[in-house]
Design a protein around this ligand. Structure first.
Ligand SMILES: NC(=O)C1=CN([C@@H]2O[C@H](COP(=O)(O)OP(=O)(O)OC[C@H]3O[C@@H](n4cnc5c(N)ncnc54)[C@H](O)[C@@H]3O)[C@@H](O)[C@H]2O)C=CC1
Ligand SMILES: O=C(O)[C@H]1O[C@H](OP(=O)(O)OP(=O)(O)OC[C@H]2O[C@@H](n3ccc(=O)[nH]c3=O)[C@H](O)[C@@H]2O)[C@H](O)[C@@H](O)[C@@H]1O
Length: 440
């Protein structure tokens, strides 16, 4: 099939590359000329394991190409995916300007019946707005071209995006006409060879399913984070409690890891947007508001622990930071808990020496112009001259450090572990203080 993808960010690129991988012809569009020039030259603007190889392979085979030409993209695909950003507006609701601009761009140039598939995360009712925007644009052109609007929310996780797309738990398709439903079924056939993964429903339910999934996952994390804080006060170990409850299949082990708060481009904004939608309908989601407040507090937790240990005035102190990205295996810094910690430390007069295996450049871009932060080339060099170490992202290479070396390099041998990476007894036996989340 011929497929256009409007928006070449995390979701657009992964969608485009994976659809090309199974034999479709794919054209990816973006409004950012620098991004498209990089992609056309064989580069990839984001770090996502396996993506660069997949893009190169499919571009070389002539199945995947990139453009900034809206008309070319609109005329190319019988299916047009919209995968542009939906950032939070000032009031927390999803800003739909990019989605609607993409829809108008398609309608301005299509020449044959087209199925428009919304992959961006959008509030319930957005498909209607996309339909209206397209109909108005077609009317301005005096064109009578049939089109359908489908909701096909994306559930991939950054850092595992290719695998999530190629082997999805489920593919949610919200659709209200048989032709579009059949086209979507054919498009996704290669991704469900072992068993049926397509869940077909009405458009509004599909739109809500996406927010429900992210809100449920965020709720689990905030629940565990608050419980961890309580465990700490009670002298209990949240890691033992996690194992104790995760073994119940009704609860399960996934997404039960306490830490220094959830970040990323989606949980924070989607939780806000869902709360906003509920408020607009006079049906406030009290649980969801609490999830958000608990996360804001949890992101400050490591800084609070450091202040409790070293005092509120951190002038002259330096803290080593391991991990900058909002989670491992990505260079994404959006809403990363590291940013909250860095802000708090710098505001109290400290300096920070940060190390991240892949997010260094992105972090340097985000933190440009902030005095007091140095980017180290290795885990070890971040420690030199530091008072203590804080761990924000659980990269694999942080799992088994040489604690004796750590102790030798740090002025105060103390670890503030925001991801509960170590066995407290082993760290303490090595002569280091260990301040984790919810552990005695
Ligand atoms: N990042 C993730 O892991 C996931 C994101 N989502 C959702 O997918 C959507 C996209 O997210 P990301 O890919 O992370 O965003 P992103 O910010 O990485 O990429 C969006 C891209 O769209 C481009 N763009 C904006 N307006 C355009 C237009 N009119 N025409 C063509 N290109 C345009 C931007 O230049 C940018 O490159 C959001 O709604 C997000 O909530 C859903 C699941 C996972
Ligand atoms: O809508 C989206 O964009 C995506 O949002 C999340 O994916 P992502 O943000 O890439 O990353 P996650 O692995 O979900 O982690 C999000 C945050 O939660 C934190 N987290 C995760 C799991 C856990 O047990 N504890 C915890 O603190 C992570 O450290 C990270 O900061 C969802 O997992 C995806 O299904 C969804 O498609």
């Amino acid at each position: 099939m011929k497929v256009s993808v409007i928006g070449s960010g995390y979701v657009g690129l992964v969608t485009g590359a994976c659809l090309a991988e199974v034999g479709n012809q794919v054209l990816c569009l973006d409004v950012d000329p620098a991004k498209i020039a990089l992609l056309q030259g064989g580069g990839v603007p984001i770090y996502e394991p396996g993506l660069e190889d997949m893009i190169r392979r499919n571009a070389a085979a002539g199945r995947l190409s990139f453009t900034t030409d809206v008309a070319a993209a609109a005329r190319f695909g019988e299916i047009q995916f919209i995968a542009v950003g939906t950032p939070p507006d000032e009031d927390g609701s999803a800003d739909l300007q990019y989605v609607l601009a993409a829809a108008r761009g398609i309608a301005r140039h299509i020449e044959r019946p087209t199925v428009v598939v919304d992959k961006s995360t959008v509030p319930v009712g957005t498909a209607d707005r996309v339909r209206d925007a397209m109909a108005a644009t077609l009317a301005e052109r005096g064109a009578d071209i049939a089109f359908s609007v489908v909701s096909n929310p994306e559930f991939l996780k950054e850092g595992a995006a290719i695998d999530d797309f190629m082997r999805p738990d489920r593919i949610v398709v919200g659709v209200d006409d048989a032709h579009a439903a059949e086209l979507m079924r054919r498009l996704y056939l290669p991704f469900q060879r072992n068993h049926e993964r397509l869940i077909v429903m009405d458009v509004r339910s599909a739109e809500l399913t996406k927010y429900a999934a992210n809100a449920m996952l965020a709720t689990r994390i905030s629940f565990m984070n608050e419980l961890a804080n309580l465990a700490e006060a009670l002298g209990a170990d949240i890691e033992k409690v996690r194992q104790g409850i995760g073994s119940d299949p009704r609860i399960g082990y996934h997404f039960l890891y306490p830490g220094c708060g959830y970040g990323g481009s989606c949980f924070p904004k989607d939780v806000k947007a869902l709360a906003r939608t509920a408020d607009e309908h006079g049906l406030p989601l009290r649980v969801i508001s609490a999830v958000e407040a608990a996360n804001d507090a949890q992101k400050r937790r490591l800084a609070d622990k450091i202040i409790a240990r070293f005092g509120a005035d951190l002038t002259g102190r330096c803290f080593a930071l391991w991990g900058l990205a909002f989670k491992p295996n990505t260079d994404d810094m959006r809403e990363a808990p590291s940013l909250t910690l860095i802000d708090a430390l710098l505001a109290r007069g400290a300096t920070v020496a940060a190390y991240d295996p892949v997010a260094r450049d992105e972090a340097a871009r985000v933190l440009a112009g902030r005095p007091g932060i140095r980017f180290a080339d290795s885990m070890q060099s971040a420690l030199d001259g530091a008072d203590a170490l804080a761990i924000v992202t659980e990269w694999k290479e942080f799992r088994s450090p040489d604690f004796a070396d750590l102790k030798a390099r740090l002025r105060t041998p103390a670890i503030f572990d925001g991801r509960n990476m170590y066995d407290p007894a082993s760290v303490r036996e090595a002569g280091l203080e260990y301040h984790a989340i919810g552990r005695p």
